[in-house]
Design a protein around this ligand. Structure first.
Ligand SMILES: Cc1ncc(COP(=O)(O)O)c(C=O)c1O
Length: 449
């Protein structure tokens, strides 16, 4: 049945409808990212500037998602655009390495002391994939332990128990490894061990029970896709201690959380991983990823004799990294400008805006008895609809999908963008007025649904 919200949305976006009908003939679901297609049809955007984006119908939205947290300075920041144009005029990408790779690497090392050395990749997905591979190669072990609800991109071993269905997720202290996508190789439970989030005793017991088969533990210090739920310090400390004791490589996936502090979430938590995976903000809005950490681990990427990097004859297969556009000039230029602008003060400003948004919205929800709960950390937030109080990943699966979708469409109708699942973030461009208007709009949509 078509709801009044759908009708209002459809009335406001007729050109997006036509664009969808055109797109779907060439592109499954009418969009290249699965997330960007929803019923009755997606919105198609044509430009962005600062906090605002414009769709094909000429409607202007305040963007509270910022390309899923990547655009920490907002859209088309003039300094970033200048740097990208200048870089492009000198050549967009090369067959050989460039000095700019070292410049961004040095900048990141200066901010995140655990990064003794690092490598760039084309995306966060690739960075997480290479970090896991590095851990397997280093330890000679096969199992990757990941957290239930943790997201590390779209490579095979990452797509286990990201959003498992409650019917099959097993006990909370020993979650069942469930494939998240069709088409994955069989036997994910042979390659991936799923740990509960924020239950240190249970997670450590599982690591001990599978010792010595676990190569790495990979964890987001703050679950992103899993509902923007911060880890407790005790949980990350327990993982750190267990990994050290059991010879397991501890990987922090900071693809999202590098935006929470100069040194990433690991600085705030004061827990040091062996490897860190990065992406999003470090490319200033252009494609990028990076992984790095302990020198003895990263050293495996150096040539170890043999005739070329692919030569597998001497001493078995070796680790090498490909990627045609990895370290391209435009991503590095945008990343350098963006990271230089992200001073400790800028991080404090972002965190203050995020806290204000969460506090004001929570006050409205409590005052008016609205069916939502807000989670978050620093500049990040997630609004969960119809799930009651959310403190764990499993709580997020109580969300009412129809209400969550109605909330998303209702906010689009009011001119605000968040993720369909309720995630959002502020950028340095977000103004106090944007936050105030967003809270008003969110409260009014919640009252309607
Ligand atoms: C925590 C985390 N890791 C990895 C990724 C994958 O990054 P990318 O989309 O650049 O491949 C994402 C993307 O959202 C992420 O949130």
């Amino acid at each position: 049945m078509t709801s009044p919200l759908d009708i209002s949305y459809a009335e406001q976006t007729p050109k997006s409808r036509r664009q969808y009908e055109r797109a779907v003939t060439s592109i499954p679901a009418g969009a290249t990212r699965s997330l960007n297609s929803w019923s009755p049809h997606p919105v198609y955007l044509v430009r962005g500037s600062g906090t605002q984006v414009t769709d094909v119908d000429g409607r202007v939205y305040v963007d509270m998602l910022n390309n899923y947290t990547a655009l920490v300075l907002g859209h088309a920041d003039p300094e970033v655009v200048d740097a990208v144009c200048r870089a492009a005029r000198g050549g967009t990408s090369f067959s050989f390495a460039t000095p700019q790779e070292s410049e961004l690497a040095e900048l990141l090392r200066a901010r995140v002391p655990s990064l003794q050395r690092l490598r760039f990749t084309g995306s966060g997905t690739e960075a997480a994939m290479f970090a896991m591979r590095l851990a397997r190669a280093h330890t000679g072990r096969n199992l990757i332990a990941k957290v239930e609800g943790g997201y590390h991109g779209t490579h095979d071993d990452a797509l286990v128990s990201v959003r498992p269905h409650p019917e099959s997720w097993g006990p909370s202290t020993a979650p069942t490894a469930m494939p998240d996508m069709a088409g994955l190789p069989a036997g994910c439970d042979q390659r991936v061990l799923v740990l509960p989030f924020n239950d240190g005793d249970a997670a450590v017991a599982l690591l001990r029970a599978h010792n010595p088969r676990v190569a790495a533990v990979i964890v987001e210090p703050i679950l992103g896709v899993g509902g923007v739920i911060p880890a407790t310090k005790e949980y990350l400390q327990a993982l750190r201690e267990a990994c050290t004791a059991l010879g397991i490589v501890l990987i922090f996936d900071e693809v999202i959380t590098l935006r929470v502090a100069s040194g990433g979430a690991q600085a705030n938590y004061e827990v040091t991983p062996d490897l860190t995976v990065m992406g999003k903000v470090i490319g200033g809005g252009l494609p990028i990823g990076a992984y790095g950490g302990r020198d003895d681990l990263m050293r495996q990427l150096e040539p170890q004799g043999g005739t070329d990097v692919y030569d597998a004859r001497a001493g078995g297969p070796r680790l090498y990294q490909g990627g045609t556009f990895t370290g391209n000039a435009c991503s590095l230029a945008a990343g350098l400008v963006t990271m230089r602008r992200l001073s400790p003060l800028a991080h404090l400003g972002l965190a203050a805006k995020g806290a204000r948004l969460r506090n004001e919205l929570t006050r409205r929800i409590d005052r008016d008895g609205l069916p939502a709960h807000v989670t978050g950390y620093a500049s990040l937030f997630n609004i969960h609809i119809g799930a009651g109080v959310v403190t764990t990943f499993r709580d997020t699966r109580r969300v009412d999908p129809k209400m969550q979708q109605a909330f998303f469409l209702g906010l689009l109708n009011q001119g605000f963008i968040i993720a369909p699942r309720g995630m959002g973030c502020v950028s340095t461009a977000t103004r106090d007025q944007d936050i105030h208007d967003f809270v008003d709009a969110a409260a009014s949509v919640l009252a309607q649904i």
